[in-house]
Design a protein around this ligand. Sequence first.
Ligand code: PMP
Length: 387
Amino acid sequence: MKEYYIDYQSAKPVDPRVVEEMTPYFTERFGNPASLHAPGDRATAVLDQCRARVAGFIGAAPEEIIFTSGATESNNIALIGYANKNKRTGNHIIISEVEHISIHNIAKFLEKNGFRISKVPPDQFGRINPEKIRSRISDDTILVSVGWGSSEIGTVQDIKRIAAILEGTGAALHVDAVAVEGLIPIDISTTAIHLLTLSSNDIYGPQGLGALYIRKGVKLAPITMGGGQEMGLRSGTEPLALIAGMAAAADIATAEMVAEAKRLASMRNRLIEAVLATIPDSHLNGHPTERVPNNAHFRFEGIEGESLLLSLRDEGIAVSTGSACSSKTLEPSHTLLSCGLLHEEAHGSLEFTFGRWSKEEDVDRVMEVLPDIVLRLRRLSPLYTVN
Ligand code: PMP
């Protein structure tokens, strides 16, 4: 059966152009940048050049980028590293309620270790009102962490406004940019962001690699100990092939982002319009306009997202019920609950995310089968009366 992959948020294929650039670093161009011989020097040159390319992707300087094992590790180094380094200044940290699970769990860890955590609730669309952040800032606030976009409901935050509010308060701003990278241009030089998390796979680079932007002058305490690579903040031999892959992926994203975002938005908008027009009692989760261009997140009254997902799976369509990171738990999404949805409403949600190899026929295929699936499941549902 033909497969239709509409779950780019969970994992993306590596772009073949990226694979081509990575391949020599697995074999003949291998090397450890820490070595003092010629292959080591060559590895150092590649590492420096790749760091500059990833920095260029967000308008940063090369010395402001460290490579990590992925977005989760970048978030850990940013939050725990900043909190530990700056605990003499204050112990208060603000996050939003719509953060990725990694940020929530890091905040829980910091709370157990003596930090005070405030969580800012979103509006019904998942947007954080920057004034609500302002009202929670106190003299002991050292850090605010807000994701640029939600990889679940797609809502994009007004990061420029949040950064402006923090200026002069002494609190640093960490931004998890995973949901927007490669879809919305990021220019660190025009926004007062202190720490920014990137992932390689989210721009069609290899999995197992991420990066953390650390603004010049921002100090972090290391959270793992080792050989002192990556400014002492992420010890461990640098994986040259993965790093070359992320650099290639960043160059491609920079060159193609604007046209690709337009293409994805048009496909995604067609799906949203078709679903809302043809399926009664269906709703769009997240913000109607301030959302990443590739995300459509729906809720269907009276039925479970899991049943929908499995029925679509039978038709060869791969989608998600929400955050891939917690999709194997039966807990409803914390993001949807914080937007004010009831448990049963959160359970009736389904997420479509398009990407580089998505085609208009993916939308056609969904619309061919989804209305009938919804109707069939509603006929079986005690929570819904089909007229
Ligand atoms: N932040 C966001 C916004 C995410 O969506 C994810 C998951 N893709 C992560 C962080 C964690 O990424 P990883 O699992 O690659 O470490």
